[in-house]
Design a protein around this ligand. Structure first.
Ligand SMILES: [Zn+2]
Length: 461
C-alpha cells in the first residue's frame, strides 16, 4: 500500500519535503530548507527520519530554497539517486544553491569572528563543494507533460504560474495492477498577473496536497500594484529618502523592475537610480530573458527588453555593493534575501533603517521568526550581525506583489479539479492560514480536509 510522510511544510510554510513509498521504492517530492526561527532551522540539522541512501528519487516542483535548499544536505548524507527537475528549475537551482551555500559559509565565518554562535567555530549547514556534488545529480524532466521515473512512479507536470519553471506535479503510483494519483500543488501562483501565465487548471486526483500560505487572506486589489508602488516611491522621493526592497531574486526582482520601468515610462514616478545589488538577481533576470515559454508578454514587449530601466546599476562585486552606502539622494536598492534572513540586503538595512526619511518596502510573504516579519509587525529595532539596529524608516508591505495565490485564488485553483479527491491535505501554511482554508473548502466544496502534522504518515489507500 503506498504511503506518504510529511517531512516538512506541515504546520509551517517552509521545509517542503514529502516522502512517498510504494513497492519498497522511496520518492521525495521537493527537498526544502526550513527557514525562520531557531526551532524550525534546527530541523535542518536533525537526522532525516528516512536514511538519504534509501531514497531512490527526488522530484522538484520549483527552484525556491524552501523546496530545494536541503538537497546538498541530502546528497552529503548519502543520497545517490537522480533529482528530476525541468530545465528552467535546474538552471535556477544552479544559481540559488551555490548562493545559499555561500551565504551559509559567510554567516558561519561572521559568527565565528564575532563570537555569537553556540558552536565554535560556527559551521555552515553545507558548503559550496557539496552543492557541486548535488548539481551533478540533476536529471532532465519535460516542462509539461509526462515523465516515467520507474515502473511504480510516473510524473505529469502542469504550469503553476508561481515563478519561472514552477509546476504542480501529478504523481501516478502503480501497484498491484491499480493506479493511485497524488496531486502536489507546489506553490500556486497568481491569476491575471503582468509577467507569468495563470496557473494551469489542475487534473483529477485521488489525493491532493495543496499549499495554504495565504489560506486566511486575499491580497489587496485596491490600489492596484502599480498605483501602490508609485505612491510609495513618490512619497519617499519627496522627503529625500532611499527605498530598500528586500526582494526574492527570482520573480519579485523581475516583476519590480518591470513595473518600475512602466511607471518611469509613463512618467508616473521620476527617473531614479535603481541599484540591483544581488549578483543572483542579475543572473536570474538573464534567465527570464531566455526562458520565455512561461511568460505572457507580447512579442513587442519582449523585443523591447522589459527588464531594463533607464538608470539601473547592477552591483556584482562586494566593493560595488559597498559604494551604495555613499548614495544620499533618492534611489531604489533591490537586494536579496526577500525575508531579510541573510544576504547583502542586511548591510543596506543596517545602513538605512535608522533614518526616518528612508523606506523598507517588503514585497512578499514574511515567514514567522524572520527579520522581514519583525519589520512587518512594527519592531522598533532588529538584530543584524549581532547588533541591535533601530527601526526609524517607514516599513511598507506591498502584498499586491506576492507570488503566492491569495485565499480566493487557492479556492479557484482547487475548484478547478474536475472531481472531489478522497482526501485533501493542506500543507505549506502556518496553522491559522491552513485552518481558515480548511473551513472554506469544507463549506464551499464539501471535501474531506486534513492538516497533517510534522512527520505524520498516511496510507494512500
Ligand atoms: Zn515558491
Amino acid at each position: 500500500m503506498p504511503r506518504i510522510t510529511f517531512l516538512g511544510a506541515a504546520g509551517t510554510v517552509t521545509g517542503s519535503k514529502y516522502l512517498v513509498e510504494a513497492n519498497a521504492k522511496h520518492l521525495l517530492l521537493d527537498c526544502g530548507l526550513f527557514q525562520g526561527g531557531d526551532e524550525l532551522t534546527q530541523r535542518n540539522w536533525q537526522k532525516l527520519p528516512q536514511e538519504p541512501a534509501t531514497i531512490d528519487f527526488v522530484v522538484l516542483t520549483h527552484a525556491h530554497l524552501d523546496h530545494t535548499g536541503y538537497l546538498p544536505r541530502l546528497v552529503s548524507g548519502g543520497f545517490r539517486g537522480p533529482v528530476f527537475a525541468n530545465a528552467t528549475t535546474q538552471e535556477l537551482c544552479g544559481l540559488l544553491l551555490p548562493d545559499s551555500a555561500h551565504l551559509m559559509e559567510e554567516d558561519a565565518e561572521h559568527a565565528t569572528q564575532h563570537g555569537y554562535s553556540s558552536h565554535m567555530p560556527a559551521l555552515p549547514l553545507y558548503t559550496q563543494d557539496q552543492v557541486v556534488d548535488t548539481l551533478k545529480r540533476f536529471a532532465p524532466m519535460p516542462r509539461l507533460g509526462e515523465c516515467r521515473l520507474s515502473p511504480e512512479f510516473l510524473i505529469r507536470s502542469h504550469d503553476a504560474g508561481h515563478i519561472l519553471g514552477s509546476s504542480s506535479l501529478e504523481l501516478v503510483i502503480t501497484g498491484n495492477g491499480k493506479d493511485t494519483t497524488v496531486l502536489f500543488s507546489g506553490d500556486v501562483g497568481r491569476y491575471d498577473q503582468p509577467l507569468l501565465k495563470d496557473p494551469e487548471k489542475p487534473p483529477r486526483a485521488d489525493f491532493v496536497l495543496c499549499e495554504s500560505t495565504y489560506g486566511d487572506r486575499d491580497h489587496p486589489t485596491v490600489p492596484p500594484p502599480d498605483v501602490a508602488l508609485a505612491e510609495v516611491i513618490n512619497r519617499v522621493v519627496h522627503r529625500g529618502g532611499v527605498i530598500v526592497i528586500p526582494a526574492f531574486a527570482v520573480d519579485r526582482t523581475q516583476l519590480l523592475i518591470y513595473d518600475i520601468r512602466r511607471l518611469e515610462g509613463s512618467k508616473r514616478i521620476p527617473a531614479l537610480p535603481i541599484y540591483v545589488d544581488s549578483p543572483m538577481a542579475i543572473d536570474v533576470t538573464d534567465l527570464y530573458r531566455r526562458h520565455r515559454e512561461d511568460l505572457k508578454l507580447s512579442a513587442e514587449e519582449l523585443l523591447a527588453d522589459p527588464f531594463s530601466v533607464h538608470a539601473v546599476h547592477v552591483m556584482r562585486s562586494p566593493e560595488q555593493s559597498k559604494q551604495i552606502n555613499s548614495v544620499h539622494t533618492p534611489a531604489i536598492i533591490i537586494s536579496a534575501s526577500g525575508m531579510a534572513t541573510g544576504g547583502r540586503v542586511l548591510h543596506h538595512l543596517e545602513q538605512r533603517l535608522p533614518d526616518a526619511r528612508n523606506c523598507v518596502l517588503l514585497a512578499g510573504f514574511q515567514a514567522e521568526g524572520t527579520r522581514g516579519r519583525a519589520l512587518e509587525e512594527g519592531a522598533k529595532s532588529i538584530q543584524i550581525h549581532g547588533e541591535m539596529v533601530p527601526v526609524r524608516a517607514e516599513v511598507v508591505n506591498l502584498r499586491q506583489f506576492s507570488a503566492h495565490a491569495g485565499r480566493s485564488e487557492l479556492l479557484r485553483w482547487l475548484a478547478g479539479i474536475p472531481a472531489p479527491p478522497r482526501q485533501l491535505f493542506l500543507v505549506h501554511g502556518e496553522p491559522v492560514a491552513a485552518k481558515a482554508l480548511q473551513a472554506a473548502v469544507q463549506s464551499q466544496l464539501h471535501w474531506p480536509v486534513t492538516l497533517p502534522n510534522y512527520l505524520q504518515s498516511f496510507d494512500l489507500a
